[in-house]
Design a protein. Structure first.
Length: 157
């Protein structure tokens, strides 16, 4: 297995709900309907920052009320390999409970972090900050995006 290209597309942001498609090489997985109850976009950007800073392990839970999704990023401490796993969960409030792995791909950490940054920039460009905040009912994670861009810039130096 070798690292595959990653892209993320966020859409359907309205009334505190959103959806996201993840393309990993030839595979596509869609998370249909996650909510703002867990600060999902702030967490998503923090996930990107952790990956950009080459953390060994990072997780994010997307709450679908009650079901949800768990993403885990794991780096191989013996080399440059890393993996992204996506799980469907029966109950997002219990991420250690029943879950099923629906995607497992080898990724490059910086490419995954860049995909997070790019998806959030496209979301900002398409909705604008005011419309995002109205539709999501929470502030746009502008400071987090600045931190993610800085982390990526530093890791590429």
């Amino acid at each position: 297995m070798s690292a595959v290209p990653i892209s993320l597309e966020i859409d359907g942001v309205r009334h505190g709900w959103a959806s996201m498609s993840l393309r990993a090489g030839d595979e596509t997985y869609r998370m249909q309907g996650f909510s703002y109850t867990t600060d999902a976009f702030d967490d998503f950007v923090r996930f990107g920052v952790n990956v950009a800073l080459h953390s060994w392990h990072s997780e994010i839970v997307f709450d679908g009320e009650p079901a949800g999704w768990l993403w885990t990023f794991e780096a191989d401490n013996a080399g440059p390999r890393s993996w992204l796993s996506v799980y469907e969960m029966a109950d997002a409030s219990h991420p250690d409970g029943e879950r099923q792995k629906v995607l497992w791909v080898e990724v490059q950490a910086d490419q995954l972090a860049q995909a997070v940054l790019d998806a959030m920039k496209r979301l900002k460009d398409s909705l604008g900050v005011q419309e995002f905040e109205k539709a999501w009912m929470q502030p746009f994670p502008a400071r987090g995006l600045t931190a993610l861009a800085a982390a990526l810039e530093d890791s590429n130096a």
